[in-house]
Design a protein around this ligand. Structure first.
Ligand code: SF4
Ligand code: SF4
Length: 364
């Protein structure tokens, strides 16, 4: 396997564009065995071992993270990595944190220190790993829901599937995005929550004429729903064309898309990234809308638990959620889960030809 040496990586990083080459940060045992791993095994819900062709072993302990981390928490993690893992630590794309060591004797001490600091160990094997999510109301301007709060409510309920005390037919990846810009991995997760606006934005014309560039605002709309309104020195929106994406709000804040009464979430299922057995899949719409019910989103939690329970009961061993649905058929998925099939499940978008393979909705 060809990859850059430290010197080569540094040589091509003479600008500040892009991240540094990951090769610079690999623990020595991973560098030595890069691309030459023989197999890996799950030891328990939060520990696994990789064995190289050279005979080297690497033990990994995985912990959950709340994604938005304080400096203090990161320092605690790094102290543990310094003590047990020669200072190396790894964040997965779903914000699990992995502590790796080639020394089996260090694993127990590592786990003890992680538990003592309150880190939850788990996420390896046929269960749920850290739920990747986005910023929510606290940090992002276009959020239609909270992210951290909802994920906490969901994972409190599903925690036995994280720590390995309960298992599923295969690994199950959960995601949450707080608007359709979708900074989370909603499109490629087994079960995912994506928050949606449902009303045409309201324009504050007085603010708009002072704050926004009209051509840029018009250009921001993907469906050309925005046009000039010269009498008001502002713009107007053709409600028929608006798809509530919130793009205009990003460019011009006086066009406000937030609507506390009508914002909420949809649930999509069946996506995956891996190409084991079947190719990667995009998620499809399961539940078009659930209202925001702060602070614990009980209907969202129940809906995810229901899908998970039905999947656990009906799928074959190693079958991902999307693979199970495709085997039994989407009609059967809806009847087994008791989820209503509605008009929102059908894609009637004008340009549906272009979205044929990528839309979350069904074609008829
Ligand atoms: Fe912001 Fe949307 Fe990303 Fe959430 S998903 S962080 S609201 S852009
Ligand atoms: Fe256009 Fe989206 Fe704004 Fe609607 S919400 S007017 S579709 S940019």
């Amino acid at each position: 396997m060809a990859w850059l040496t430290d010197a080569e990586a540094k040589a091509i990083r003479k600008t500040d564009i892009g991240p540094p080459h990951f090769g610079q940060f690999l623990p020595p045992v991973l560098k030595k065995n890069y691309g030459k791993w023989k197999y890996h095994e799950r030891i328990d819900g939060g520990t696994m071992v990789h064995v190289g062709e050279s005979g080297d072993k690497v033990f990994t302990v995985r912990v959950a993270s709340p994604r938005i981390l304080s400096t203090e928490t990161i320092r605690e993690m790094l102290d543990i990595a310094d003590k047990h893992c020669d200072g190396y630590i790894r964040f997965t794309t779903r914000n699990n944190v992995e502590f790796m060591t080639p020394d089996e004797k260090k694993v127990d001490g590592l786990k003890k220190d992680l538990k003592a600091k309150g880190f939850a160990i788990g996420g390896i094997g046929p269960g749920i790993s850290n739920m990747v999510h986005t910023q929510g109301w606290i940090h992002c301007h276009s959020a239609c829901t909270d992210a951290s709060g909802m994920v906490k409510a969901i994972m409190d309920e599903l925690f036995p599937y994280f720590d390995g005390s309960k298992t599923l037919p295969a690994k199950t990846r959960l995601a949450m995005a707080c608007c359709v810009n979708m900074c989370g991995a909603v499109h490629c997760s087994d079960i995912a929550v994506v928050a949606v606006h449902r009303k045409v934005p309201e324009i504050n014309h007085d603010l708009l004429k002072n704050m926004c560039e009209i051509p840029t605002t018009i250009a921001s709309c993907p469906t050309r729903a925005i046009s000039p309104d010269p009498a008001k020195k502002s713009v107007k929106i053709n409600a028929e064309k608006c798809m509530y994406c919130g793009n205009c709000f990003t460019v011009c804040p006086p066009i406000d898309i937030h609507n506390p009464e009508n914002d909420g979430v949809a649930i999509v299922v069946g996506g995956k990234i891996g190409s084991l057995r079947t190719g990667p899949k995009f998620s499809k719409l399961a539940i078009p809308f659930l209202y925001n019910e702060t602070p614990r989103w009980p209907k969202v939690v129940d809906a995810i638990k229901n899908i998970l329970d039905v999947y656990a009961k009906n799928a074959r061993k190693h079958e991902r959620l999307g693979e199970w649905i495709e085997r039994v058929g989407w009609e059967r998925f809806f009847s087994l889960t008791g989820i209503e099939f509605t008009h929102q499940h059908i894609d009637d978008f004008t340009f549906m030809r272009d979205t044929m393979r990528t839309s979350a909705a069904f074609k008829y």
